[in-house]
Design a protein around this ligand. Structure first.
Ligand code: TRP
Length: 343
């Protein structure tokens, strides 16, 4: 299919070529942090310019690990919508909706579950990792095993063609493609095989030097106010060999320098050289970084403040998104039910 389109493109001409459909979801598990920003949000902003995009709040996916914290769901969903809007995701341009507003997702998950071998789900690496990393929590449930099946439905129910993912999600996409092939073999060519759109997902370190992640409690949230940003940056680990100003440092292993790469183009070379020479101390280096992070997200914070005070905004955006996605979903579901003789 991909090859066919590539051959057709020059004949049809770039201007009439159909935009490819992009789909991605975001679990509402807490405030957006700097790791999300560079890993996902920047990419979503770029994609909305070039493609037909479906972005959704994966609230049912949140239940796979947080089924015992559903009271937090409405708040997290609201925060996530506000974060996305303030970041510049444009609901006029993209279809922005909430997974649980589309009940057909549940119906189709049940149907695709009938043709998804247990072994396919059990061998997905993220499943085993989650079980291991959250061993203290009781999450060895049917829902967690079905995570990538539910994800497959998210994608196929809107006929998503491109799915922007990080490296860790590639096995999910592989599984989606296998399920689609199996469905189409059994019932006829109804579903579209999605392709991963591998984006460069830079490793953004948290305060402890590990990957920034809410569960590790090492994050800078994009909407943190100035004192919070300063305090968080102050707690970052640095090169352990550089104890005091004057000691030569190794920027290549320093998480603070990794963040400078993102936020401080104006002083990047100077920071690297003067850390190495020892002339720049970690305290000053962190102050410089905090200044830049605060400035970088100033517009975001102002916009978010403003959006937060518009009554009914989030509800309106989600209702409009649900209305926009509904006809697309209904079309797919009709084809699926017809193909399976469930009419
Ligand atoms: N699995 C994604 C994550 O962990 C969230 C997600 C759910 C998703 N459904 C999706 C991503 C469909 C892309 C497509 O963040």
């Amino acid at each position: 299919m991909g090859a066919g389109r590539a051959i057709l493109a020059p004949i049809v001409g770039a201007t009439t070529e159909r935009k490819q459909r992009v789909l991605t979801g975001y679990r509402p598990t807490g405030p957006m942090h700097v790791g999300h920003w560079f890993g996902n949000v920047e990419n979503m902003l770029r994609l909305q310019e070039e493609h037909e995009c479906f972005y959704f709040i994966a609230d049912w996916h949140m239940l796979t690990t947080h089924y015992d914290r559903t009271a937090e769901l409405p708040g997290f969903t609201r925060e996530l919508v506000l974060d996305l809007l303030a970041a510049g995701i444009d609901p006029e341009r993209v279809t922005l909706y909430r997974q649980s507003d589309v009940k057909e997702v549940a119906e189709m998950t049940l149907l695709l579950g009938m043709i998804t071998p247990l072994g396919w789900l059990e061998r997905v690496p993220t499943y085993k990792e989650r079980l291991r990393d959250m061993a203290e929590r009781d999450i060895a449930n049917y829902g967690l095993l079905g995570y990538p099946l539910l994800q497959t439905v998210d994608i196929t129910i809107v006929k998503g063609e491109l799915v922007p993912v990080g490296e860790d999600q590639v096995p999910h996409l592989e599984l989606s493609r296998e399920i689609v092939r199996r469905f189409n073999r059994l019932y006829g060519e109804v579903l579209v095989e999605p392709q991963p759109l591998l984006s460069e997902t830079p490793l953004i370190p948290g305060t402890d030097g590990r990957k920034m992640s809410k569960s590790l409690d090492n994050v800078i949230n994009v909407r943190d106010d100035e004192p919070t940003v300063r305090e968080t940056v102050r707690t970052y680990i640095t090169d352990p060999q550089k104890v005091r100003r004057g000691d030569p440092g190794r920027p290549e292993i320093c998480p603070v320098f990794t963040l400078h790469r993102r936020f401080s183009p104006d002083i990047l070379e100077w920071t690297e050289a003067s850390c190495r020479s020892g002339e720049l101390g970690c305290v000053q280096c962190k102050t410089n970084l905090a200044d830049r992070i605060v400035a970088y997200y100033r517009d975001f914070r102002e916009r978010r403040e403003e959006l937060e005070h518009r009554p009914g905004l989030v509800e309106e955006v989600l209702a409009a998104g649900a209305a926009k996605v509904r006809p697309v979903v209904e079309e797919t579901m009709k084809a699926v039910r017809d193909a399976m003789h469930l009419t």
